[in-house]
Design a protein around this ligand. Structure first.
Ligand SMILES: O=C(O)CCC(=O)C(=O)O
Length: 260
């Protein structure tokens, strides 16, 4: 498990983002096998088409509020993906490893952070500054803002070289984020399964049985994870060995820097 602690340079700590870095995802949680459990309500029929002509799928369950759309058409998404592949500089060295229960593991994907000048954050015990925004990241960020009316000052980039790369079940800790702010997740490249699991339905002896919510995040898609999703639900991108092509995911966030 590693931590992001975000603060304004050179000030005090802001909050934390916890990630389960190495666990394999809930491949068994396909949904159908759990039909006896309470099904989340997916408002797929009443899709909203907004002023920008985007068709939104609203995904709702107890404490879960997400909206999904395809933000970029194929040609534009292909171009952006190529640019991301060329421009994004990923962590190297110590930042590619994480300690879980005292044991060191390679992070099973590549990561990078970009954001506003003046923000710093702590990653695996180190105080770092996000790299300054790349034009391609600003372009995506601004399109998300146009489509949603929300603004963002930080992005975490995760690159999955193929279906073996993954991210284990985790929550993005609210303390790092502006209270009530959404996380905007934009995906390019291979379409991957993405799971939400309610915090009460985790572990060997869950206190409640609630069905996992399974989505597929397509090339050029935007998933808005609205408050309070991140408080009640864990999310993961499980291993999918049949997927041979890469995927780049960007999670745009709004960080509140802590004053000194
Ligand atoms: O790659 C994804 O879709 C998930 C990324 C993620 O969970 C995160 O950045 O917290």
């Amino acid at each position: 498990m590693d931590r992001f602690l975000v603060k304004r340079a050179p000030g005090g700590l802001l909050g934390k983002r916890q990630q389960e870095q190495t666990g394999e995802g809930p491949e068994e949680l396909g949904g159908d096998k759990e039909s006896s459990r309470k099904r989340p309500r997916r408002e797929t029929s009443g899709n909203g088409v907004d002023l920008a002509g985007l068709s939104w799928q609203h995904i709702r369950a107890e404490g879960l509020d997400c909206d999904y759309t395809v933000l970029f058409g194929k040609a534009e998404a292909d171009g952006i993906f190529q640019e991301l592949e060329k421009e994004v500089e990923y962590f190297t060295g110590a930042l590619t490893r994480v300690q879980v229960f005292g044991k060191w593991h390679s992070v099973p994907r590549k990561q990078a952070t970009y954001g506003d000048t003046g923000l710093t954050y702590t990653f695996s015990g180190l105080t770092l500054s996000p790299k300054p925004w790349l034009p391609v990241l600003e372009r995506i960020r601004d399109r998300v803002s146009l489509a949603t009316g929300k603004t963002f000052n930080f992005v975490l980039v995760n690159r999955y070289k193929d279906g073996r790369d993954h991210i284990g079940e985790h929550r993005d800790d609210e303390r790092e984020l502006a209270p009530g702010s959404p996380i905007a997740s934009v995906s390019f490249g291979a379409c991957r399964d993405f799971f939400f699991r309610h915090k009460d339905s985790r572990g060997k002896h869950p206190s409640r049985r609630m069905e996992a919510v399974k989505l597929q995040l397509a090339h050029g898609s935007l998933l808005m994870m609205n408050h309070p999703t991140n408080t009640h639900w864990y999310h993961s991108l499980p291993v999918r060995k049949k997927i041979l092509s890469p995927r780049v995911n960007l999670t745009f966030r709004k960080i509140v820097p802590i004053k000194k």
